[in-house]
Design a protein around this ligand. Structure first.
Ligand code: NAG
Ligand code: NAG
Ligand code: NAG
Ligand code: NAG
Ligand code: NAG
Length: 433
């Protein structure tokens, strides 16, 4: 049922061979991501556990993700504090524009060179003693190093099984208490899947938020039972929001007048609202001119002209032409193969792409609602909580400091035992491949 468990236990016993530092006084950190949790998903559902957490801790009105607003890139921003053009994980899919090879989400998780492009995720820096349960990016090696303890999701994985969620929470508690880890990142593939499949306004999505809320209740109860309440800082966040897909007046590149795929050397289309194109030699101007006014909701740019505010295009992996579409509209390529009712990937300034940030624990103020901030700032907050020196990043500690208890002494930098938590990879692209 869960083939990777064997691996987890193997990793656990391996760690036991290393002398475990005995109970340090440092505060521990648990970073939890519920994929695709739109900022306002708790406003039309009864969420007693999220409400209690907000009352006892800090809640941002919302958090602005990085662009493009998709899973692996946005999680890697949380883990590195960098925008996509600076960390290099510019898509969920690995691709090679010379050969045309593209790898789907799950396979891309295993391509080290895709992730290890100059930025170290916090668990490597912190570790260099970390561990991970299914977090996007948790499977790769960075500069030859990987996280100590991790649980990687199998290819076919039921991302919505609540029993399994609780088992993973129990593993996390064990890793904190028995293995004395200081940092764990834990990933859940919902409510993203429900949002894609049924749409963000559906009953199914609302039911899933109730499940997420119960899970948060279970998590906080287990934190108490494990004696971790006074020294564990819990952060609950996500990668992006969700938008209802508009099924009329669709953008379909194949049907654009004077456009032909025979002018194209490489294309990455049919991935929500984002597209990457390499025209054949000498065809760039022509392709650009036929696409740029093809549809009022479609934006087409040459790489050098892509709006700077997105912090997206200035990277060698970005192709000569980039496409993105307005909220609600997805980009169809040769054939229509996208049937999701909900989608993301849109402009990170669109309200429906905004996501959540909540935190509770000894380092955080109580009952505080803070103004929105960008997700590039989460990394330096994690470093501050763990007392480690951040790598170069695009965030600012000033942006997140107001949520910390004034005068709360933060731990001095020293070696920690870190573990990167549970990343349940998304089932969301099932409808696409
Ligand atoms: C893409 O494929 C070409 C041809 O096989 C190869 O030379 C190049 O190194 C590859 N690029 C990447 C990033 O893998
Ligand atoms: C990032 O990857 C690109 C190709 O995909 C490569 O040209 C570049 O050198 C890499 N940068 C680092 C720092 O690894
Ligand atoms: C996943 O597990 C839940 C039970 O927790 C079940 O309701 C659902 O049907 C399962 N989904 C799939 C695709 O098996
Ligand atoms: C849910 O997960 C539990 C524990 O991993 C497993 O025993 C059960 O069969 C799963 N249910 C479904 C419907 O996948
Ligand atoms: C398509 O090409 C024809 C012939 O070159 C030209 O007359 C027409 O204006 C073009 N239409 C568009 C939308 O570019």
């Amino acid at each position: 049922m869960f083939p990777s468990l064997g691996f987890v236990f193997a990793a656990l016993s391996l760690v036991r061979c290393i002398p475990v530092q005995q109970v340090s006084s440092r505060n521990k950190v648990l970073l939890v991501s519920f994929d695709g949790f739109r900022w306002n998903y708790d406003q039309d559902v009864d969420t007693p556990n999220l409400d209690a957490m907000a009352a006892e801790g800090v809640k941002a009105r919302y958090m602005t993700p990085a662009f493009i607003t998709i899973t692996s890139p946005c999680h890697f921003t949380l883990l590195t504090g960098r925008y996509l053009e600076n960390h290099g994980v510019i898509h969920n899919m690995w691709f090679n524009t010379s050969t045309g090879v593209k790898l789907p989400y799950h396979s891309t998780q295993g391509v080290d060179s895709w992730w290890d492009n100059g930025s170290l995720p916090i668990w490597i820096t912190a570790q260099r003693q970390a561990s991970s349960i299914y977090f996007p990016g948790g499977r790769a090696k960075y500069q030859g190093e990987e996280v100590n303890m991790k649980l990687v999701e199998p290819l076919l994985f039921n991302y919505s099984n609540e029993t399994n969620w609780r088992e993973n929470i129990d593993i996390v508690m064990q890793w904190f208490t028995v293995n004395n880890l200081d940092f764990i990142a834990l990933y859940f593939g919902e409510p993203d899947s429900a949002g894609h499949k049924y749409g963000p306004e559906s009953t199914e999505r609302k039911n899933m938020i109730e499940q997420v809320d119960r899970t948060i209740g279970y998590l906080r109860q287990r934190i108490k039972e494990s004696g971790l309440e006074s020294n564990l800082n819990l952060i609950i966040t996500s990668d992006h929001g969700m938008e209802t897909v508009i099924k009329t007046d669709e953008i379909h590149i194949q049907t654009v007048q004077n456009f032909t795929f025979s002018d194209i050397q490489f294309e990455l289309l049919d991935y929500g609202p984002n597209g990457l194109l390499v025209p054949k030699e000498g065809k760039l101007e022509h392709v650009y001119s036929v696409l740029k006014n093809a549809h009022p909701k479609l934006h087409v740019y040459k790489k050098a002209d892509f709006p700077r505010r997105f912090h997206y295009a200035n990277h060698p992996r970005i192709t000569p032409l980039l496409l993105y579409s307005d909220p609600g509209y997805v980009i169809h390529g040769r054939y229509k193969v996208q049937f999701n009712k909900g989608e993301h990937g849109f402009d990170n300034e669109a309200m429906n792409m905004k996501t959540i940030f909540r935190a509770v624990g000894p380092a955080f103020k109580q009952g505080l609602v803070v103004e929105p901030f960008e997700s590039v700032n989460v990394y330096v907050l994690l470093c501050e909580l763990l007392g480690i020196t951040p790598e170069p990043h695009d965030g600012s500690l000033e942006a997140v400091k107001p949520m910390l208890r004034s005068g709360a002494p933060l731990p001095p930098a020293k070696k920690l035992t870190v573990m990167l938590g549970i990343a349940l990879v998304l089932g969301c692209w099932g409808g696409i491949y």
